[in-house]
Ligand binder design. Structure first.
Ligand code: NAD
Ligand code: LMR
Length: 441
């Protein structure tokens, strides 16, 4: 049986040890012969790399393991590149969140001006990794988690249209876990879903079990009262800010009560509420730096200091399991049904063919085969048209070095109240991002 070779780009990511652990747990399902970590920040990656090396030595010594900052070494002879880079690290995420908030505008990692700023940083980093993969392992697949996924996906569609890259997001997976919990089911895999939207911007239109039984009425009843708050275990979304987002779904749902929403729609439908309830001095970036980032690096240090991973666990949730499902579907041509970010090409009939949409696809060795989601209603279509224009303008601005187009993107975002405010936020973000963005004229 073939054993697969995997490169993880963003080796120093807080999610890397969870993915490595999950790869080991799933060894029987997806046998691997080698895992290589790649990052451009040697010191950060080596903390994680040293701990993973010990974990592998103890749990699967036959799997070769290395970490490197050399692209040729990292990307040669691999079958999959699992990528999750954060260009600018948490320091820049903090700016993305705090600068808009200082102007009374939503400050969020992937939505609104913060997401646009992050997108302007991520495009070059993701394209660079894709190019390394194509140079050193032309038949490999890049499974990309790097955010903001919507802007990154539009950039890769436009700039590398023939590349083997699939852009993915774990939010729908976590929400489907919540659905399964609310319904008292063992696993989200018992659900058959229909969903349409953009990344961090979509709705479930139908949820049944495998026998075709409609599960929407029970879910809607719950959501109309509790939002997505439930007793379902969700390690990744355990922080107070996430609990609030899950509760707020009750109001997000009330706007389109015939469908179930993605949590991130909160930022577009209730931006005033979000700003009012944000602490402009302590945002999600601070929360993550003081929790996940500290926990992961402290655990890694302890493993290295005691030279054993015995008794230590890196958490791996929806994020890790989804990427392994996807790799397995490609490796074994399983045709598993998964929500992915792909070119629309008619799947949403009344939406542009060249928009990157998030929809169910059947995944096999040739990649994703999108399923037709049909026509979508006027309200959702209007919201999506506005948002997809924002994402396209950002990529235009990056490619052309256009200040005007980036200002238009900020102005068009449903999170920004006026062109005047858009300009003020943009000018501050340009200053903060001068080491990362192309020069804009
Ligand atoms: P992190 O800062 O802990 O790790 C990111 C790593 O990427 C760092 O070690 C950094 O040095 C490295 N990096 C940055 N630029 C690079 C480049 N050009 N080449 C190689 N390495 C580079 O971040 P994190 O919180 O672990 O998140 C990682 C990524 O995963 C982010 O993009 C985040 O937004 C994304 N994410 C995606 C989802 C999703 O479902 N799509 C969910 C959670 C996180
Ligand atoms: C993360 O850092 O985990 C994000 O990608 C999502 C979040 O939790 O804000």
């Amino acid at each position: 049986m073939k054993k697969f070779r995997i490169a993880i780009a963003g080796g120093g990511s807080t999610f890397t040890p969870g993915i490595v652990s999950m790869l080991l747990v799933n060894y029987d399902r997806l046998p691997i012969s080698e895992i290589k970590l790649y990052d451009n920040y040697e010191e950060r990656q080596s903390s994680i790399g040293k701990a993973c090396k010990i974990m592998l030595r103890e749990r699967h010594p036959e799997v070769e393991f290395s970490y490197t900052t050399d692209p040729e070494q990292a990307f040669s002879n691999v079958d999959f590149v699992m990528a999750h880079i954060r260009v600018g690290l948490y320091a820049m995420r903090e700016q993305d969140e705090k600068i808009p908030l200082s102007h009374g505008v939503v400050g969020q990692e992937t939505c609104g001006p913060g997401g646009i700023a992050y997108g302007m940083r991520s495009i070059a980093g993701v394209i660079e990794i894709l190019d390394y993969m194509e140079e050193y392992s032309p038949d490999a697949w890049m499974l990309n988690y790097s955010n903001p996924a919507a802007i990154v996906a539009e950039a890769t569609r436009r700039l590398r249209p023939h590349s083997n890259i699939i852009n993915i997001c774990d939010m729908p997976v976590s929400i489907e876990n919540t659905f399964a919990g609310i319904l008292g089911l063992e696993s989200r895999k018992e659900l058959v879903v229909r969903y349409f939207g953009l990344n961090h911007f979509g709705w479930w239109t139908s949820i049944t079990d495998k026998s075709g039984k409609d599960l929407m009425p029970q879910l809607k009843e719950w959501v109309s009262e509790h939002g997505y708050e439930s007793n379902t275990e969700d390690f990744q979304h355990r922080a107070p800010s996430w609990k609030e987002t899950f509760r707020k779904v009750k109001d997000v749902y009330s706007v389109v009560p015939d469908m179930l929403p993605n949590t991130y729609l909160k930022y577009y439908l209730y931006p005033d509420y979000v700003v009012e309830h944000s602490d402009k001095d302590y945002t999600r970036a601070n929360e993550v730096m003081n929790s996940r980032e500290k926990e992961v690096f402290t655990t890694a240090e302890k493993i290295v200091a005691s030279d054993t991973a015995e008794g230590y666990e890196f958490h791996s949730g929806a994020h890790a399991s989804f990427i392994i499902d996807l790799a397995s579907a490609i490796a074994y041509n399983t045709k598993e049904r998964m929500l992915l970010i792909v070119p629309n090409n008619g799947a949403i009939i009344n939406f542009p063919a060249n928009a990157m949409v998030e929809i169910p696809c059947l995944v096999g060795s040739d990649g994703p085969e999108p399923l037709v989601m049909g026509e979508i209603p006027t309200f959702q279509k209007g919201m999506m048209e506005e948002q997809v224009a924002v994402e396209k303008l950002v990529v235009d601005a990056w490619v052309e070095g256009s200040y005007q187009k980036l200002w238009q993107a900020f102005t068009l975002s449903a999170t920004v109240p006026s062109a005047g405010v858009a300009k003020e936020v943009l000018d501050d973000l340009i200053e903060a991002n001068k080491d990362f963005w192309p020069v804009l004229r």
